[in-house]
Design a protein around this ligand. Structure first.
Ligand SMILES: CC(C)(COP(=O)(O)OP(=O)(O)OC[C@H]1O[C@@H](n2cnc3c(N)ncnc32)[C@H](O)[C@@H]1OP(=O)(O)O)[C@@H](O)C(=O)NCCC(=O)NCCS
Length: 317
């Protein structure tokens, strides 16, 4: 059975942080950032909450789909963390939309959107839902050490949403996890307990860039090959590949190994940076809005990130 997309929406904060502004904050340059990562700017929350941009994305997706909030059977939010620890971001979206269905967040870092599609498929397959909303959103600017030039140039904030219905358009999906905190991690706050004696590492993102790079390229190639094999398709049958947007060199390296043509490859890292779980649905929303993706087109989504997690799927539009 699986699922189909009825509508998609995307949103980002209003403040655009250019490479040249960053060059005045840390020892970096537009030249270094754009050639080593492909990023030219990213959007950063200043006055908006994450919920604000989620609602902009979700409202757009709901309007296009024609589905009413009361008809939703589940809301899933792939996010590292919403504005609050409690309530979950998904519950806040449910309240703001005026829906009454169950809602929960999942944390699979940058792979969150593919993980959420996998969960959604299971709900549809089990006959537990007719309509679902996924809102993938992250505010990476909260977790960055803004004095660390190796990481602060990479990330942005954003949200992407899809409304799903029962259908047969998700042809294959794969998700993976390989528990590892040595390559990519954001330590949690140790909180307020007067009894805790274990120290308090700063709650900043830290990363071994080169090793994450290799993990990313290898995961993308393996996962995309696996899902194509599962359905007996060739990469040439695919209209568009929408990869997670972390670094243009990761995307190009995987594309070369997979034998992708330039016109198949979707990129937005130049405009958004790495928006974590929102990366893929933001670009999916753009392509559907512009009409570049049409009914019947085959799309591959491929993501990797903290966890370490990865995943890919094949979907017919
Ligand atoms: C982080 C990343 C951009 C670094 O690029 P790189 O080509 O591996 O660069 P290196 O780490 O080898 O650094 C090269 C040099 O640039 C310097 N450098 C690092 N960041 C810099 C910056 N923002 N501006 C200027 N110089 C910088 C380094 O200090 C190093 O200097 P040195 O040669 O004097 O020691 C790249 O490894 C990457 O994208 N990794 C994957 C990250 C990722 O995807 N994370 C999220 C996963 S969801």
């Amino acid at each position: 059975m699986s699922l189909k997309i009825l509508g998609a929406g995307k949103a980002h904060p209003s403040f655009s942080l250019s490479n040249s502004i960053l060059s005045g904050m840390v020892d970096t340059s537009d030249q270094w950032i754009s050639t080593r990562t492909g990023i030219r700017r990213r959007f950063i929350n200043t006055t908006e909450t994450l919920l604000d941009i989620c609602m902009a994305a979700a409202t757009a997706a709901m309007e296009i789909s024609g589905v009413k909030p009361r008809d939703l059977d589940l809301i899933i939010c792939p996010t590292i963390q919403g504005d609050n620890i409690i309530p979950a971001l998904s519950c806040e979206i449910q309240r703001e939309l005026g829906a009454s269905c169950p809602a929960f967040d999942i944390n699979a870092a940058c792979t969150g959107f593919v993980y959420a599609l996998d969960v959604a498929k299971s709900y549809f397959d089990a006959g537990r839902a007719n309509y679902m909303l996924i809102v993938a959103a992250d505010q990476m600017s909260k977790f960055i050490n803004w004095q660390d030039r190796e990481t602060c140039v990479l990330f942005g904030d954003g949200a992407g949403a899809v409304v799903l219905a029962k259908g047969s358009n998700l042809k294959a999906i794969k998700i993976t996890a390989k528990g590892d905190s040595s390559l990519l991690a954001i330590p949690g706050s140790t909180g307020n307990s007067p009894f805790w004696q274990g120290g308090s590492p700063p709650s900043y993102l830290h990363m071994k860039g080169k090793e994450v790079f290799k993990f990313a390229v290898n995961s993308m190639c393996r996962d995309i090959t696996d899902v194509l094999e599962e359905v007996g398709m060739d990469i040439g049958d695919v209209a568009k590949v929408i990869p997670h947007q972390a670094n243009i060199r990761i995307i190009q390296s995987a594309a070369e190994k997979l034998g992708l043509r330039d016109d198949q490859l979707v990129t937005g890292v130049d405009r958004y940076g790495n928006t974590s779980s929102a990366s893929i649905p933001i670009l999916l929303g753009e392509l559907l809005e512009s009409g570049e993706l049409k009914e019947g087109d085959i799309v591959v989504l491929s993501a990797f990130g903290g966890g370490l997690t990865s995943g890919a799927c094949i979907m017919e539009i």
